[in-house]
Design a protein around this ligand. Structure first.
Ligand SMILES: Cc1ncc(COP(=O)(O)O)c(C=O)c1O
Length: 408
Protein backbone atom coordinates (compact mmCIF):
# COMPACT_ATOMS: atom_id res chain seq x y z
CA UNK A 1 0.00 0.00 0.00
CA UNK A 2 1.30 3.53 -0.74
CA UNK A 3 1.98 5.96 2.09
CA UNK A 4 -1.02 8.13 2.87
CA UNK A 5 0.89 10.57 5.03
CA UNK A 6 1.19 14.24 4.13
CA UNK A 7 4.70 15.61 3.58
CA UNK A 8 4.38 17.55 6.82
CA UNK A 9 3.42 14.46 8.84
CA UNK A 10 6.25 12.46 7.25
CA UNK A 11 8.78 15.09 8.20
CA UNK A 12 7.72 15.70 11.78
CA UNK A 13 9.46 13.52 14.35
CA UNK A 14 7.76 12.04 17.43
CA UNK A 15 8.72 13.91 20.57
CA UNK A 16 11.80 12.15 21.98
CA UNK A 17 10.97 13.75 25.32
CA UNK A 18 7.59 12.03 25.54
CA UNK A 19 9.33 8.71 24.91
CA UNK A 20 11.86 9.44 27.69
CA UNK A 21 9.00 10.30 30.03
CA UNK A 22 7.49 6.88 29.38
CA UNK A 23 10.77 5.07 30.13
CA UNK A 24 11.38 7.14 33.23
CA UNK A 25 8.08 5.97 34.75
CA UNK A 26 9.68 2.59 35.59
CA UNK A 27 9.16 1.66 39.25
CA UNK A 28 11.98 2.75 41.51
CA UNK A 29 13.35 5.41 39.12
CA UNK A 30 13.66 8.91 40.59
CA UNK A 31 12.64 11.10 37.68
CA UNK A 32 13.71 14.68 37.06
CA UNK A 33 12.40 14.20 33.52
CA UNK A 34 8.71 15.19 33.63
CA UNK A 35 7.68 18.82 33.42
CA UNK A 36 4.46 18.44 35.37
CA UNK A 37 3.04 20.80 37.97
CA UNK A 38 2.55 19.23 41.40
CA UNK A 39 -1.05 17.89 41.53
CA UNK A 40 -1.49 19.09 45.14
CA UNK A 41 -1.13 22.67 43.87
CA UNK A 42 -4.41 22.30 41.96
CA UNK A 43 -7.38 23.54 44.06
CA UNK A 44 -9.14 20.23 43.42
CA UNK A 45 -11.81 20.40 46.11
CA UNK A 46 -13.00 23.87 45.14
CA UNK A 47 -12.83 22.98 41.45
CA UNK A 48 -14.96 19.89 42.12
CA UNK A 49 -17.58 22.11 43.77
CA UNK A 50 -17.49 24.59 40.90
CA UNK A 51 -17.79 21.72 38.39
CA UNK A 52 -20.80 20.27 40.18
CA UNK A 53 -22.56 23.64 40.21
CA UNK A 54 -21.62 24.65 36.67
CA UNK A 55 -22.63 21.34 35.10
CA UNK A 56 -25.65 20.83 37.36
CA UNK A 57 -27.10 24.34 37.26
CA UNK A 58 -25.50 26.19 34.32
CA UNK A 59 -25.68 23.34 31.81
CA UNK A 60 -27.38 25.51 29.17
CA UNK A 61 -24.10 27.36 28.84
CA UNK A 62 -21.45 25.07 30.29
CA UNK A 63 -22.40 22.02 28.20
CA UNK A 64 -23.21 23.97 25.05
CA UNK A 65 -21.04 25.22 22.14
CA UNK A 66 -19.62 28.68 22.71
CA UNK A 67 -18.24 31.46 20.55
CA UNK A 68 -14.80 30.82 19.05
CA UNK A 69 -13.25 33.75 20.92
CA UNK A 70 -14.17 32.15 24.26
CA UNK A 71 -16.69 32.78 27.05
CA UNK A 72 -16.88 36.56 27.52
CA UNK A 73 -17.08 36.37 31.34
CA UNK A 74 -14.03 34.06 31.46
CA UNK A 75 -12.01 36.41 29.24
CA UNK A 76 -13.01 39.36 31.43
CA UNK A 77 -11.88 37.49 34.53
CA UNK A 78 -8.53 36.74 32.88
CA UNK A 79 -8.16 40.43 31.91
CA UNK A 80 -8.70 41.23 35.57
CA UNK A 81 -5.97 38.85 36.71
CA UNK A 82 -3.46 39.96 34.08
CA UNK A 83 -4.07 43.61 35.00
CA UNK A 84 -2.20 42.85 38.26
CA UNK A 85 0.96 42.73 36.15
CA UNK A 86 0.74 46.24 34.70
CA UNK A 87 -1.09 45.17 31.62
CA UNK A 88 -4.27 46.72 30.27
CA UNK A 89 -6.20 44.49 27.85
CA UNK A 90 -9.47 45.02 25.94
CA UNK A 91 -11.95 42.22 25.30
CA UNK A 92 -11.27 42.21 21.53
CA UNK A 93 -7.59 41.57 22.22
CA UNK A 94 -8.00 38.30 24.12
CA UNK A 95 -9.26 34.82 23.20
CA UNK A 96 -9.45 31.53 25.09
CA UNK A 97 -7.70 28.46 23.67
CA UNK A 98 -7.46 24.80 24.56
CA UNK A 99 -4.22 25.69 26.28
CA UNK A 100 -0.91 27.05 25.04
CA UNK A 101 0.00 24.11 22.87
CA UNK A 102 -3.10 24.83 20.81
CA UNK A 103 -2.15 28.51 20.70
CA UNK A 104 1.23 27.47 19.23
CA UNK A 105 -0.59 25.37 16.65
CA UNK A 106 -2.87 28.29 15.71
CA UNK A 107 0.06 30.71 15.48
CA UNK A 108 1.90 28.25 13.23
CA UNK A 109 -1.16 27.77 11.03
CA UNK A 110 -1.89 31.47 10.78
CA UNK A 111 1.63 32.81 10.21
CA UNK A 112 3.93 30.11 8.81
CA UNK A 113 4.22 29.03 5.19
CA UNK A 114 6.57 26.16 4.32
CA UNK A 115 10.16 27.42 4.36
CA UNK A 116 9.37 30.51 6.47
CA UNK A 117 11.99 31.45 9.04
CA UNK A 118 11.46 32.06 12.75
CA UNK A 119 13.92 32.60 15.59
CA UNK A 120 13.86 30.76 18.91
CA UNK A 121 16.12 30.13 21.89
CA UNK A 122 18.95 27.63 21.91
CA UNK A 123 17.56 25.75 23.79
CA UNK A 124 13.79 26.20 23.62
CA UNK A 125 10.52 24.38 24.44
CA UNK A 126 10.41 21.11 22.50
CA UNK A 127 6.62 21.27 21.91
CA UNK A 128 7.10 24.55 20.04
CA UNK A 129 9.89 23.08 17.92
CA UNK A 130 7.54 20.23 16.98
CA UNK A 131 4.68 22.59 16.11
CA UNK A 132 6.89 24.81 13.88
CA UNK A 133 8.31 21.69 12.25
CA UNK A 134 4.80 20.43 11.45
CA UNK A 135 4.24 23.59 9.42
CA UNK A 136 7.54 23.07 7.59
CA UNK A 137 9.10 26.26 8.90
CA UNK A 138 12.84 26.82 9.42
CA UNK A 139 13.65 27.49 13.08
CA UNK A 140 16.88 29.42 13.58
CA UNK A 141 18.33 29.09 17.08
CA UNK A 142 19.75 32.00 19.10
CA UNK A 143 21.86 31.17 22.19
CA UNK A 144 20.36 31.76 25.63
CA UNK A 145 22.28 33.78 28.24
CA UNK A 146 21.63 34.15 31.97
CA UNK A 147 19.27 37.13 31.26
CA UNK A 148 17.53 35.70 28.21
CA UNK A 149 18.22 35.34 24.50
CA UNK A 150 21.45 36.87 23.16
CA UNK A 151 19.97 39.79 21.24
CA UNK A 152 23.22 40.70 19.45
CA UNK A 153 23.28 37.25 17.91
CA UNK A 154 19.57 37.58 17.15
CA UNK A 155 20.24 40.74 15.12
CA UNK A 156 23.13 39.07 13.30
CA UNK A 157 20.91 36.13 12.45
CA UNK A 158 18.08 38.39 11.25
CA UNK A 159 20.53 40.19 8.92
CA UNK A 160 22.00 36.90 7.74
CA UNK A 161 18.52 35.63 6.83
CA UNK A 162 17.72 38.94 5.09
CA UNK A 163 20.89 38.61 2.99
CA UNK A 164 19.56 35.32 1.63
CA UNK A 165 16.55 37.23 0.29
CA UNK A 166 14.12 35.82 2.86
CA UNK A 167 12.21 37.64 5.53
CA UNK A 168 11.64 35.97 8.86
CA UNK A 169 8.18 35.98 10.47
CA UNK A 170 8.66 36.02 14.23
CA UNK A 171 10.82 35.55 17.30
CA UNK A 172 9.50 32.92 19.73
CA UNK A 173 10.43 33.52 23.38
CA UNK A 174 9.55 32.13 26.80
CA UNK A 175 10.55 35.11 28.94
CA UNK A 176 9.67 33.80 32.41
CA UNK A 177 11.56 30.82 33.90
CA UNK A 178 12.08 29.40 30.45
CA UNK A 179 11.44 25.77 29.65
CA UNK A 180 14.03 24.22 29.66
CA UNK A 181 16.64 26.54 31.27
CA UNK A 182 14.67 28.28 34.03
CA UNK A 183 16.15 31.60 32.78
CA UNK A 184 14.14 34.86 32.93
CA UNK A 185 14.58 37.62 30.34
CA UNK A 186 15.60 40.95 31.90
CA UNK A 187 13.42 44.07 31.53
CA UNK A 188 16.20 45.69 29.47
CA UNK A 189 16.16 42.82 26.97
CA UNK A 190 12.34 42.75 26.82
CA UNK A 191 12.36 46.42 25.75
CA UNK A 192 15.19 45.87 23.30
CA UNK A 193 13.48 42.85 21.75
CA UNK A 194 10.41 44.97 20.97
CA UNK A 195 12.71 47.57 19.33
CA UNK A 196 14.37 44.88 17.23
CA UNK A 197 10.95 43.58 16.15
CA UNK A 198 10.02 47.13 15.08
CA UNK A 199 13.29 47.71 13.23
CA UNK A 200 13.15 44.45 11.26
CA UNK A 201 9.34 44.23 10.95
CA UNK A 202 8.89 40.99 12.89
CA UNK A 203 6.29 39.63 15.29
CA UNK A 204 7.12 38.38 18.79
CA UNK A 205 5.43 35.25 20.09
CA UNK A 206 5.61 35.42 23.89
CA UNK A 207 4.83 32.09 25.59
CA UNK A 208 4.53 32.40 29.32
CA UNK A 209 3.02 29.39 31.13
CA UNK A 210 5.19 29.85 34.24
CA UNK A 211 4.16 33.47 34.71
CA UNK A 212 2.76 33.72 38.25
CA UNK A 213 5.26 31.16 39.58
CA UNK A 214 7.97 33.61 40.64
CA UNK A 215 9.27 32.75 44.12
CA UNK A 216 12.26 35.11 44.24
CA UNK A 217 13.41 38.42 42.74
CA UNK A 218 11.52 41.16 41.02
CA UNK A 219 8.45 40.66 38.83
CA UNK A 220 9.04 41.55 35.15
CA UNK A 221 6.31 43.03 32.97
CA UNK A 222 5.22 40.92 30.00
CA UNK A 223 6.97 41.82 26.72
CA UNK A 224 3.49 42.62 25.40
CA UNK A 225 3.25 45.54 27.83
CA UNK A 226 6.19 47.27 26.03
CA UNK A 227 4.56 46.99 22.61
CA UNK A 228 2.84 50.04 21.06
CA UNK A 229 2.73 48.77 17.51
CA UNK A 230 0.72 45.55 17.79
CA UNK A 231 3.63 43.18 17.20
CA UNK A 232 3.39 40.92 20.23
CA UNK A 233 1.15 37.89 20.73
CA UNK A 234 1.20 36.46 24.24
CA UNK A 235 -0.03 33.06 25.33
CA UNK A 236 -0.73 32.68 29.01
CA UNK A 237 -1.66 29.19 30.14
CA UNK A 238 -3.56 28.13 33.26
CA UNK A 239 -1.90 24.66 33.17
CA UNK A 240 0.76 25.41 35.75
CA UNK A 241 -1.29 27.74 37.93
CA UNK A 242 -4.78 26.17 38.12
CA UNK A 243 -4.98 22.80 36.35
CA UNK A 244 -3.17 21.25 33.38
CA UNK A 245 -6.02 18.85 32.61
CA UNK A 246 -8.55 21.64 32.05
CA UNK A 247 -6.45 22.66 29.01
CA UNK A 248 -7.07 26.39 29.27
CA UNK A 249 -5.07 29.40 28.18
CA UNK A 250 -5.65 32.87 26.82
CA UNK A 251 -3.93 34.52 23.89
CA UNK A 252 -3.53 38.29 23.92
CA UNK A 253 -2.56 40.42 20.94
CA UNK A 254 -3.54 43.15 18.47
CA UNK A 255 -7.07 42.80 17.08
CA UNK A 256 -6.05 42.06 13.46
CA UNK A 257 -3.76 39.19 14.46
CA UNK A 258 -6.19 37.85 17.06
CA UNK A 259 -8.85 37.87 14.30
CA UNK A 260 -6.60 35.73 12.12
CA UNK A 261 -6.19 33.25 14.98
CA UNK A 262 -9.98 33.14 15.48
CA UNK A 263 -10.52 32.25 11.82
CA UNK A 264 -7.95 29.47 12.02
CA UNK A 265 -9.45 28.27 15.30
CA UNK A 266 -12.92 28.04 13.76
CA UNK A 267 -11.56 25.45 11.34
CA UNK A 268 -9.58 23.72 14.08
CA UNK A 269 -12.10 23.09 16.86
CA UNK A 270 -14.97 25.62 16.65
CA UNK A 271 -14.48 26.71 20.25
CA UNK A 272 -12.53 26.13 23.44
CA UNK A 273 -14.20 23.80 25.95
CA UNK A 274 -17.01 25.88 27.44
CA UNK A 275 -17.22 23.44 30.35
CA UNK A 276 -13.73 24.15 31.62
CA UNK A 277 -14.05 27.89 30.96
CA UNK A 278 -17.19 28.10 33.12
CA UNK A 279 -15.62 26.01 35.89
CA UNK A 280 -12.43 28.09 35.89
CA UNK A 281 -14.50 31.29 35.82
CA UNK A 282 -16.55 30.30 38.86
CA UNK A 283 -13.39 29.33 40.74
CA UNK A 284 -11.71 32.62 39.86
CA UNK A 285 -14.78 34.64 40.88
CA UNK A 286 -14.66 33.04 44.32
CA UNK A 287 -10.91 32.88 44.85
CA UNK A 288 -7.89 35.07 44.35
CA UNK A 289 -5.52 33.32 41.95
CA UNK A 290 -2.52 35.24 43.27
CA UNK A 291 -3.29 34.13 46.85
CA UNK A 292 -3.80 30.53 45.76
CA UNK A 293 -0.42 30.62 44.03
CA UNK A 294 1.40 31.51 47.25
CA UNK A 295 1.27 27.85 48.29
CA UNK A 296 2.55 26.56 44.92
CA UNK A 297 5.32 29.16 44.88
CA UNK A 298 6.46 28.21 48.35
CA UNK A 299 6.54 24.50 47.42
CA UNK A 300 8.55 25.16 44.25
CA UNK A 301 10.93 27.49 46.12
CA UNK A 302 11.63 24.81 48.71
CA UNK A 303 12.33 22.19 46.03
CA UNK A 304 14.51 24.62 44.04
CA UNK A 305 16.57 25.23 47.19
CA UNK A 306 16.90 21.50 47.88
CA UNK A 307 18.07 20.70 44.34
CA UNK A 308 20.57 23.59 44.30
CA UNK A 309 22.05 22.41 47.61
CA UNK A 310 22.15 18.80 46.40
CA UNK A 311 23.91 19.77 43.15
CA UNK A 312 26.46 21.75 45.17
CA UNK A 313 26.99 18.85 47.56
CA UNK A 314 27.02 15.80 45.26
CA UNK A 315 28.08 16.94 41.78
CA UNK A 316 31.80 16.80 40.90
CA UNK A 317 33.69 19.94 41.82
CA UNK A 318 34.61 20.99 38.28
CA UNK A 319 34.40 24.54 36.97
CA UNK A 320 33.24 23.23 33.56
CA UNK A 321 30.01 22.02 35.18
CA UNK A 322 27.44 24.80 35.59
CA UNK A 323 23.75 25.07 36.32
CA UNK A 324 21.15 27.82 36.29
CA UNK A 325 19.52 29.34 39.38
CA UNK A 326 15.85 29.89 38.48
CA UNK A 327 13.81 32.53 40.31
CA UNK A 328 10.58 30.69 39.57
CA UNK A 329 9.06 27.87 37.55
CA UNK A 330 9.99 24.20 37.51
CA UNK A 331 13.34 23.70 35.77
CA UNK A 332 17.11 23.78 36.21
CA UNK A 333 19.50 23.41 33.29
CA UNK A 334 22.83 21.69 33.83
CA UNK A 335 25.75 22.05 31.42
CA UNK A 336 28.53 19.43 31.52
CA UNK A 337 31.95 19.66 29.84
CA UNK A 338 32.12 19.42 26.03
CA UNK A 339 32.47 15.81 24.98
CA UNK A 340 30.06 14.40 27.56
CA UNK A 341 26.98 13.13 25.74
CA UNK A 342 23.83 13.25 27.85
CA UNK A 343 21.85 11.12 25.34
CA UNK A 344 24.26 8.30 26.22
CA UNK A 345 24.52 9.29 29.87
CA UNK A 346 20.75 8.82 30.20
CA UNK A 347 21.03 5.04 29.61
CA UNK A 348 23.50 4.71 32.49
CA UNK A 349 21.40 7.03 34.63
CA UNK A 350 18.34 4.82 34.09
CA UNK A 351 20.43 1.79 35.14
CA UNK A 352 21.27 3.78 38.25
CA UNK A 353 17.53 4.47 38.79
CA UNK A 354 17.48 8.18 37.96
CA UNK A 355 16.12 10.04 34.91
CA UNK A 356 16.39 13.49 33.28
CA UNK A 357 15.78 14.95 29.82
CA UNK A 358 18.93 15.23 27.65
CA UNK A 359 19.50 18.74 26.27
CA UNK A 360 19.58 17.83 22.57
CA UNK A 361 15.75 17.57 22.38
CA UNK A 362 15.49 21.31 23.09
CA UNK A 363 17.83 22.35 20.26
CA UNK A 364 16.87 23.22 16.70
CA UNK A 365 20.44 22.49 15.61
CA UNK A 366 22.65 19.59 16.68
CA UNK A 367 23.78 21.34 19.89
CA UNK A 368 22.95 20.75 23.51
CA UNK A 369 24.53 17.30 23.70
CA UNK A 370 26.41 18.09 26.92
CA UNK A 371 23.40 19.47 28.79
CA UNK A 372 20.32 18.23 30.64
CA UNK A 373 17.04 19.55 32.02
CA UNK A 374 16.12 18.72 35.60
CA UNK A 375 12.54 19.27 36.75
CA UNK A 376 12.19 19.60 40.53
CA UNK A 377 8.43 20.19 40.77
CA UNK A 378 6.87 16.92 41.90
CA UNK A 379 9.57 15.19 44.00
CA UNK A 380 9.91 15.13 47.77
CA UNK A 381 13.08 16.72 49.22
CA UNK A 382 14.58 13.32 50.18
CA UNK A 383 13.93 12.02 46.65
CA UNK A 384 15.68 15.08 45.19
CA UNK A 385 18.72 14.48 47.40
CA UNK A 386 18.88 10.78 46.59
CA UNK A 387 18.25 11.40 42.86
CA UNK A 388 21.01 14.00 42.54
CA UNK A 389 23.39 11.71 44.42
CA UNK A 390 22.64 8.86 41.95
CA UNK A 391 22.96 11.21 38.97
CA UNK A 392 26.27 12.58 40.26
CA UNK A 393 27.72 9.05 40.32
CA UNK A 394 26.91 8.59 36.62
CA UNK A 395 28.16 12.07 35.68
CA UNK A 396 31.45 11.33 37.44
CA UNK A 397 31.91 8.15 35.39
CA UNK A 398 31.18 9.97 32.12
CA UNK A 399 33.53 12.83 32.99
CA UNK A 400 36.51 10.54 33.26
CA UNK A 401 35.50 8.82 30.01
CA UNK A 402 35.28 12.19 28.20
CA UNK A 403 38.57 13.63 29.44
CA UNK A 404 40.71 11.11 31.38
CA UNK A 405 43.33 13.70 32.33
CA UNK A 406 40.84 15.78 34.29
CA UNK A 407 41.23 15.95 38.05
CA UNK A 408 38.23 16.52 40.30
C1 LIG B 1 6.98 26.94 27.24
C2 LIG B 1 5.78 26.09 27.17
N1 LIG B 1 4.80 26.42 26.32
C3 LIG B 1 3.66 25.70 26.24
C4 LIG B 1 3.48 24.58 27.03
C5 LIG B 1 2.20 23.82 26.89
O1 LIG B 1 1.38 24.14 27.92
P1 LIG B 1 -0.20 23.93 27.88
O2 LIG B 1 -0.50 22.93 28.93
O3 LIG B 1 -0.76 25.28 28.16
O4 LIG B 1 -0.56 23.44 26.50
C6 LIG B 1 4.46 24.20 27.94
C7 LIG B 1 4.28 23.00 28.77
O5 LIG B 1 5.13 22.50 29.42
C8 LIG B 1 5.64 24.97 28.01
O6 LIG B 1 6.63 24.67 28.87
Amino acid sequence: MRSFLSERAKNTGKSSIREILEISKKPGVISFAGGLPKPETFPFEDLAEAARRQIGENYRQSLQYGITEGVIEFRKEMIDWLSNFGWSIKLDNIIATNSSQQALDLVSKAFLDPGDVLFCGLPTYAGAIQSFQLFQARSVGVPMESDGMNLNVLEEEIRRVERTGRQAKFVYVIPDFQNPTGVTMSGRKRKKLVKIAMEYDLLIIEDTPYFGLRFEGQEERPINAYDNEGRVITMSSLSKVLSAGMRLAVVVGPENLIDALVTVKQATDLCTSTTTQWIALEWMQNHELSEHLAQARSHYRQNRNVILEALERFFPDDERITWTRPEGGLFIWVTLPEGVNTDELLFDALENKVAFVPGSGFYVNDGGKNSMRLCYSVLQPDEINEGIKLLAEVVRRHLSAASPAREE
